[in-house]
Design a protein around this ligand. Sequence first.
Ligand SMILES: Cc1nc(C(=O)O)sc1CCOP(=O)(O)O
Length: 204
Amino acid sequence: MKELHLISTGRQSIETFVHISSLVHPYAHFIHIREKHRSAKEIGMIVEKLLEASVPAQKIIVNDRVDVAVVYGVGGVQLAHHSLSPKRTKERFPFLRVGCSVHTFEEAKRAENEGADYVVFGHIYETNCKEGVKPRGLSSLRQLTSYVRIPVIAIGGIKPSHVRDVFLTEVKGIAVMSTVFEADDPLHMVQLYRKQMGANTWTF
Ligand SMILES: Cc1nc(C(=O)O)sc1CCOP(=O)(O)O
């Protein structure tokens, strides 16, 4: 099954992020809380609000903070190079789904060897989030999907019109931030992504 990951921008109020998530979560497989400037307490509060808004715990992925993910019983954690290692995380918390954000093939291979469940690789297209950094493009994405055995999720500047091309590289899924969370109509946007992914049902 192709996966759609939605990631918070870190630029919205907690209320706005939770409100949009409550609308779009039925169309997404995972909702990532990526709020680098917020404390563990605030991130925990976001998790509680998402749960109150009926977002299933298994769909929630906390960026970097293994502690918050475990304490609040969410489905997974998304680790960066400065986070705890996937190996340690998996050893102590084997029930957590562990993703790693990677930018090179070596990082992806290391994540795989350390037991990560999947990698997020980018950025594929130009994105405001990575201004001045050259996108890695589809051909390196294609190479990566044959270089590692674990699933690859593509990220960075992916618009609905890119979806078909991106999935031709054999990725497992895509991750999207601004195009959904900063859209005038987030619900319409997420439905567009799912349509491009070939989803013929909106329920899971
Ligand atoms: C959070 C993030 N990580 C990236 C990476 O390359 O690792 S690109 C990115 C931002 C993606 O946002 P948008 O969908 O708005 O382009």
